[in-house]
Ligand binder design. Structure first.
Ligand code: FES
Ligand code: FE2
Length: 367
């Protein structure tokens, strides 16, 4: 093999249930995982359930408005507590099996005949808490007993990419509103989606609308490769929209050097952040099986844009098409991962070499 080509992971890494199980344990259950948008749980009692590694996690808001996350398992005999993906309870979560009842803070507050069992410690038999942190208007959850440094792993990934710790603050992401959410059920391994997002070698082939808006993407060099570099809009382009027409109101704190540019950030293991002057597109991946990943993608705009009911469809359509084009490509690769042709894997060309660092990172975590 020549030096310009370096090997990928072998095909089995994308299909083998044993590898996926290791990834659940050592990646998704060990790292900070971006679970829900804070505004998905706007008031006490509102909840969402999400799959993180092998666990169902219940994310909700307590009476004091603080965000809580629990393993979604009843402490009595282990029934799944909340069956819905989202919802609202008044005061408490009640198990549908024998009616053990937990307060919004997770404490056991009632159970049939509980007063006859005075030895039950209501905190000890309360729901199991997991670590939470809010950042960028999202609730990040960590299932590890001792979470890794959020500053290094999550904030550090953004700083490393943008070259400046304050650059992301200019987009005021916590205060933006969800203008659109699209959920994609992708029949592909999560790593294929990460690898695809990290390179732009495919841009000229599969992204005609995106390369029209960002002409430098036709050269196939991933913007993510260069620290601090954002891909510039073409000279005729008015906004980051499917036809290059005018976008929405610019986020006022975006700086002059960030204007008319697109920045992409990968926050391992499951978040992509896309920054443009008038909106932010944030992907959260939920790897559910070796060959299945659900991706929730939010388009975030200024609250005034969303409240006024302005038409965001041309704005949304650009990256929705990009998503569909990307996910279709990933789904085309997935069945091939188990082919004899891919038993030893494929190769990365020079403009994809940084994907090799992602593979090394993963192998180290699984070692
Ligand atoms: S399993 Fe939940 S109350 Fe029995
Ligand atoms: Fe792409």
């Amino acid at each position: 093999m020549t030096a310009s080509l370096i090997p990928t992971l072998p095909g089995a890494y994308y299909t083998d249930p044993a590898v996926f199980r290791q990834e659940q344990e050592r990646v998704f259950e060990a790292m900070w995982f971006c679970a829900v948008r804070s505004s998905d749980i706007p008031s006490p009692g509102r909840f969402r359930t999400v799959q993180i590694g092998r666990e169902s996690v219940l994310v909700s808001r307590a009476r004091d408005n603080s965000v809580k996350a629990f393993l979604n398992i009843c402490r009595h005999r282990g029934a799944k507590l909340c069956l819905d993906e989202e919802g609202e309870v008044k005061r408490a979560f009640q198990c549908p099996y024998h009616a053990w009842t937990y307060g919004l803070d997770g404490k056991l507050i009632a159970a049939p005949n509980l007063t006859k069992m005075p030895d039950i410690d209501r905190v000890e038999y309360g729901l199991v808490n997991v670590h939470v942190r809010e950042w960028l208007g999202y609730v990040w959850v960590c299932l590890a007993d001792k979470p890794p440094s959020f500053d290094e792993d999550v904030i550090g990934a953004c700083t490393e990419r943008l070259g400046d710790a304050s650059a992301i603050d200019h987009y005021d992401i916590p205060n933006l509103s969800v203008g659109r959410r699209i959920v994609y059920d992708v029949q592909a391994n999560w790593k294929l989606i990460v690898e695809n997002f990290m390179e732009c070698y495919h841009c000229a082939t599969i992204h005609p609308e995106l390369t029209e808006v960002l002409p430098e993407f036709t050269e196939g060099l991933a913007a993510q490769y260069y620290v601090g570099h954002g891909a510039e809009f073409g000279t005729e382009i008015q906004g980051f929209t499917v036809d290059g027409s005018e976008g929405l109101d610019r986020i006022p704190t975006v700086s002059e050097d960030q204007d008319r540019r697109y920045y992409a950030i990968t926050v391992k293991p499951q978040v992509f952040i896309n920054l443009v002057p008038d909106h932010v597109i944030l992907h959260r991946m939920f790897p559910l099986a070796p060959d299945r990943t659900v991706v929730e993608c939010d388009w975030l705009y200024l609250p005034s844009v969303v409240e006024s009911g302005k038409d965001v469809s041309r704005s949304v359509e650009l990256f929705h098409r990009v998503n569909e084009q990307d996910f279709e490509a990933c789904e085309r690769c997935q069945p091939a991962m188990s082919s004899r042709a891919y038993a030893k894997g494929g190769v990365l060309v020079p403009s994809e070499h940084h994907i090799g660092a992602f593979h090394e990172w993963l192998l180290e975590r699984l070692a």
